[in-house]
Design a binder for this molecule. Sequence first.
Ligand code: GLC
Length: 737
Amino acid sequence: MKRLLLLFSVLLAAGARAGGPDYEAEIEALLARMTLAEKIGQMNQQHPDNPDLRAEIRAGRVGSVLSVVGARETNELQRIAVEQTRLGIPLINGRDVIHGFRTIFPIPLGQAASFDPELVEACARIAAREARAAGIHWTFAPMVDISHDPRWGRIAESCGEDPLLAERMGAAMVRGFQTSDLADPTAVAACVKHFAGYGAAEGGRDYNSTYIPERLFRNLYLRPFRAAVGAGAATLMTSFNANDGVPSSGSRFLLGEVLRDEWRFDGFVVSDWASVAEMVPHGFCADEKEAASRAVSAGLDMEMVSSTYVAHLEALVAEGAVSMAAIDDAVRNILRIKFRLGLFDNPYAPLDGEPAYAPDALRMARTAAAESAVLLKNDGRCLPLGSGIRTIAVTGPLADAPHDQLGTWVFDGEADRTQTPAAALRGRTGIRTIEDPLLACSRSELPADAAERVARLAEADVILFFAGEEAILSGEAHCLSTLSLQGGQERLAELLAATGKPVVTVVMAGRPLDIRPLLRHSAAVLYAFHPGTMGGPALADLLFGDAVPSGKLPVTFPVSVGQIPIYYNHNATGRPARGDEMLLPDIPLRASQTSLGNTSYYLDIGTKPLFPFGFGLSYTSFSYGEVRLSAGTIPIDGSVTVSATLTNTGDREATEVVQCYLCDVAASAARPVRELAGFRRVTLAPGECREVTFTLGPEELSFWNVDLRETVEPGEFRVGIGGDSTVPLEGRFFVIP
Ligand code: GLC
């Protein structure tokens, strides 16, 4: 066992380096020349709204800026830092490039639905290329917060509810942003956020308190951060939440014990926006001087926007409240990334940087939007639209909404470059479109003349209804107490269905919504999340069969907001629901107290979600053969291969996301009823079959146990391979001591 842990720590240490050659000698030489004020200046990140920004940079009191876009604009500030300060230490310029810079890719939740890390890496690569050309050195992404709560607006930015999926997606984005060498002139430093546990905000209300015990932290919320650090992430950002009363920006556990001591991380940590100063309203610090002291002592290297460091650290060092060693460590970490980025050698952005929206960028955005869409319903194989379709009606608030189609966290994307579904369908050869959004935006109520206008749409062979939510309804601080569609969308779905023409509904949203009314009134439903710049052509490709849906849900869709939190990798409880419990309408009058069985379920809606994690249909059908294992028993540090044969039983070439789920049946601390242990995209021609194999070893079988030791415990494991998280766990093997 010790060998296993040593292997883990060695691998992690090797991986934890943010990449690139060592500059320790240069760092020490520079550090030795710096005054305390200059050191503190490196720990200070300021926004262009600061009216004294240029003077502060010139005085050596700013080490980083954020939200400065453009080679000229960045170079102007960089010239002050490099040519007008005593030591000429370059600035690092950060920006939220979350799912694209100019070319906007699907929101991260949509990208996660692709279950395609290579695709996601390619999108991040293009985003980095476009951003670096605009003078940006550092992006505040990937966001890898696990969330079980669609009320939380930031689920849109996340990779969903599963730690393995978030691990793979986060690491892929780090690789895409940074390449293998941070000094690459098209690389940007990644910033894994929000460290940590932010997605567990109580009530799904942003910034709210979290109460995550250490074992759950390690077995769930910290996993994607560890993977991103292992992929070489250069920086992390602390989260706004206080976990059990301790804000992340002042958490020695997160910033010292986990990040530095265990993960051997050697990059730097930036706070979230003013989150150092916010430790006062949290009630964690009496004033900003204490906030500065507790943050830097916990290991927070750089303060974003608030100015407690520049205001108080010199005095705190003089008083002995903060050690010079803590300051030096923070400055070393910051300088290390600046050196690795090559900023000392090449501080300025070329003015003739590569233009955005290159053809390969738009092609990738179109592919990503197609792979991010999840087919949830397709009665009578209504999709793809057949050759007999000549006239299509295009309606709904998201049919021609270039701004909202881009989704949340878009600062530099340009709505006028968005290609909407209406525009893409309008241009389709041989198709006549009848267009009328009926609703100006997702919150609009139906107009008085809706009936007549719907009648006109009904002249078409098929009605395409683009529903969902505006971009502003998800993202930071944009939380909802309901998942129901806003405005008159449900009523419009009813009117459209009443025409008798087939209705195909495409949903653009930043979260799972309660789409039961849309499912009732539509023959087919395609969930596109917010698909980005090329969403229109991608959706047209899918609707007409030039592309085949392969997306799978990265998050459980609740039947209603009352089921939240609901997620597939939950613990069983002592009285798990059987699934066949009697629901409200069937409960007899004067039923006796214990007649319903006393299991864990809701009398009105049960416990089955609307759609499970990992679910997604295709235009073909797939079948899975029985699970086969390479062994029935393995030693503690052993591995077992698990295989199943996948067959395309339909008439179209298509891609299936094959998923492997594992359950540790009994452990020293109860484990989830199942966990995703592997996934793979497999493309098969009609009739083709292929054996798909997963290897399950210590990495998949280990967990943080009742003693908070990361280990594999002996006992029974069950395993299944299938197309979503409801696959039966038919395979069995035992780990023996
Ligand atoms: C915001 C967000 C964070 C973002 C930062 C800079 O408040 O929480 O994700 O990177 O500020 O814009």
